[in-house]
Ligand binder design. Structure first.
Ligand code: 13P
Ligand code: SF4
Length: 302
């Protein structure tokens, strides 16, 4: 039986949904009931009336799904699939900052661990980071952990004092202007689409900056025949399916090793055994829910 057929057979019981982030390998995205960006998946899981959610993505995504849906059982096929940027916040340093700056709002990217969320006023994803920061009453803001997404926010929010944490995503931070310009020299008509986790100088030369779902939408709607994509290479999977007449180029071959720790075998095992279950301390979860719910209320930006 093919992987797709095995997944279908295991889901026949009707109480399991399979969701996958846009960086999951093609076969997993194809087998999923829903594929999307961090915000879209968090929203979708909340809307579903289902008992089990098998979440194919990195740890913070599965954790957020549980925090927002304690009535569901969230299963993460490989708990070692962890976003390294989420680990770039030292919780004692954050608490010390808050103690010294009680008038500063703490905005944390969803790419953070539960302890960091519990210390935050509001969360955001790449799709609504600008909208979230603009919505704040406070003049002073600490944005963490991604300095590149933080820099992107400062381009649109001029009336606030924004302090940036020194975190970054290695996958995106390694994408260079040089590689993009080499492709631009070869294909001058190509449009450049990048994720806001890219360095500021990469964002400077982009025609479009947005979340993974935003980039997919733009790739499909764009009039350009060739597109240079500044994000994880697996984005090419659905771009090529949804825009088969276009060509996609990924400078520097960006790869998120952690996303790739979820394999088809692990997905099948999770569907069969309904394990490993995401489990978070209840008190911590209560505190982390508020900033996540506030983010969901603010809604998607792009
Ligand atoms: P999106 O929310 O745009 O899907 O991004 C998540 C992520 O981890 C990007 O590296
Ligand atoms: Fe984390 Fe970067 Fe992977 Fe996204 S691409 S999950 S930010 S390491």
């Amino acid at each position: 039986m093919s992987f797709q057929d095995e997944v279908k057979a295991l889901k026949e019981r009707g109480d399991i949904v399979l969701v996958a982030h846009n960086y999951q390998i093609g076969p997993i995205q194809d087998a999923a009931d829903y594929a999307g960006d961090s915000f879209g998946l968090a929203k979708k899981v909340t809307e579903l009336d289902v008992e089990y959610v098998v979440f194919c993505g990195v740890d913070f995504m599965a954790e957020s799904a549980l925090i927002l849906n304690t009535d569901k059982t969230v299963i993460h096929p490989e708990p070692k699939a962890r976003c390294p940027m989420a680990a770039m916040v030292d919780i004692d340093e954050l608490r010390e900052f808050k103690r010294k700056n009680p008038d500063t709002a703490v905005v944390s990217y969803v790419n953070t661990n539960v302890e960091t969320k519990a210390e935050s006023d509001v969360c955001c994803t790449s799709s609504n980071a600008v909208k979230v920061v603009k919505s704040l009453r406070e003049h002073k803001v600490l944005f963490l952990p991604d300095r590149n997404l933080g820099d992107y926010i400062t381009r649109f929010v001029k009336d606030k004092e924004i302090t940036l944490w020194e975190g970054y995503c290695g996958t995106h931070d390694n994408i260079t202007v040089k590689s993009i310009m080499e492709l631009k020299d070869r294909y001058p008509d190509a449009e450049v689409l990048v994720h806001p986790e890219c360095k500021p100088e990469v964002v400077d030369i982009a025609d479009y900056v947005g979340s993974t779902a935003g980039m997919l939408k733009r790739a499909v709607e764009s009039h350009a025949k060739r597109l240079i994509i500044g994000t994880e290479m697996e984005m090419g999977h659905r771009m090529r399916i949804q825009a088969p007449d276009k060509e996609f180029y990924f400078p520097d071959d960006p790869l998120c090793q952690n996303m790739k720790k979820i394999t088809t075998d692990k997905v099948l095992r999770s569907l069969k055994e309904l394990q490993p279950v995401v489990d978070i301390d209840k008190k911590l979860m209560e505190r982390a829910r508020k900033p996540l719910e506030r983010m969901m209320e603010i809604g998607r930006g792009n």
